[in-house]
Unconditional design. Structure first.
Length: 345
């Protein structure tokens, strides 16, 4: 009888776990174990290859599954079939899409003017690219979001944690503490809720995304920052001879980022640098353009261009967005984070 009650308790706990996973959005890959001949060893192989959710299996092309050591073509078919039973992959009405978009969490930037420009803040479930010259506030905005994403929903937060991949060594926990103080949050708790990694080369940068997906499967993350997404590609691949290899690798990195945004519903924020255009058209327009070419342009859902103004004031321009009009807003970098610009300064 005791065995029966233990078994019942285990079943109840499993149901609760599944319900919690569904609340979080992503369905953990363990859900496929024991279905259609899929065993624990298969799940282990998939996890080692960076597949932690049923969504990641459903969205992956068949060749990506077959490429995993120990997964046969037959097993890949079974995995894809079972994953697609749990993940909606077909058509839905525009009404449903509209409702889903209205329920999207947006993370406040700390500036009312900037939030107004973005119609609420930084959107979860998509990639936002922030580009601009040196000292325009790209990293400052990223560090601000690491704090504001932890705020309650009614204060413009996401009630979740942040992941920060730093390629240039510009991350400063002291900044997070100053911003936390402004919002009345406990400094130690804020820092504990930010997972930080320094990327040393482009391969490592991609590997960190696989580590990130494992962490996102374990607990609720709202934000993933990559600051900057392109700097290591500029140093690892040099000259025109390596341009094709660079763009292919960058495309893979951005595709993985897009998958994480879709699977886990996190806001992905990447920073990018600018380069001066040398063609004739640059004489009249702004001579700066973001690095990464078309691959970068197509991967980012929203692109924000930051420029310097007087003192600590900065201009943010919507460079490209499927839903936001091309417009500008002023904001300022203050000792306690991103704020509205003082019009008198």
């Amino acid at each position: 009888e005791r065995m029966a009650s233990k078994q019942k308790q285990k079943e109840v706990e499993e149901v609760q776990e599944v319900e919690e996973d569904e609340e979080q959005g992503a369905i953990l890959i363990q859900k496929l174990e024991g279905v259609n001949g899929i065993v624990a060893a298969d799940i282990k192989k998939l996890k080692e290859a960076g597949f932690h959710t049923v969504e990641s299996i459903a969205y992956a092309p068949k060749k990506a599954l077959i490429a995993i050591k120990g997964i046969s073509e037959q097993k890949a078919d079974k995995l894809a079939l079972e994953a697609k039973k749990l993940v909606p992959m077909g058509f839905q009405t525009a009404t449903q899409v509209h409702k889903e978009r209205q329920d999207l969490i947006q993370v406040t930037t700390g500036s009312k003017e900037l939030d107004k420009l973005l119609e609420g803040g930084i959107e979860t479930g998509s990639i936002t690219e922030i580009f601009g010259e040196f000292r325009t506030g790209k990293s400052q905005l990223c560090m601000q979001l690491c704090v504001t994403c932890q705020l309650p929903l009614d204060q413009g937060g996401g009630e979740g944690r942040a992941l920060y991949i730093d390629t240039e060594g510009t991350f400063r926990p002291e900044r997070l503490l100053a911003i936390a103080e402004r919002y009345g949050l406990g400094g130690e708790e804020v820092l504990d809720n930010v997972a930080y990694a320094r990327a040393h080369n482009s391969e490592h940068q991609l590997q960190l995304l696989l580590d990130a997906s494992a962490m996102m499967a374990e607990s609720r993350f709202v934000l993933l920052v990559v600051d900057s997404a392109t700097s290591l590609y500029r140093t690892d691949f040099s000259g025109r001879g390596e341009l094709s290899a660079r763009q292919t690798h960058l495309a893979r990195f951005l595709r993985t980022l897009q998958s994480l945004a879709t699977e886990f519903g996190v806001a992905v924020v990447i920073t990018n640098q600018v380069v001066a255009q040398v063609d004739g058209g640059a004489m009249y327009a702004d001579p700066n353009k973001p690095i990464g070419g078309n691959i970068m342009a197509h991967a980012s859902t929203t692109r924000l261009y930051l420029r310097k103004k007087k003192g600590e004031t900065r201009i943010c321009k919507i460079y490209d967005s499927p839903s936001l009009p091309e417009s500008e807003a002023l904001f300022a970098i203050s000792p306690n984070g991103i704020t509205d610009a003082d019009p008198d300064k």
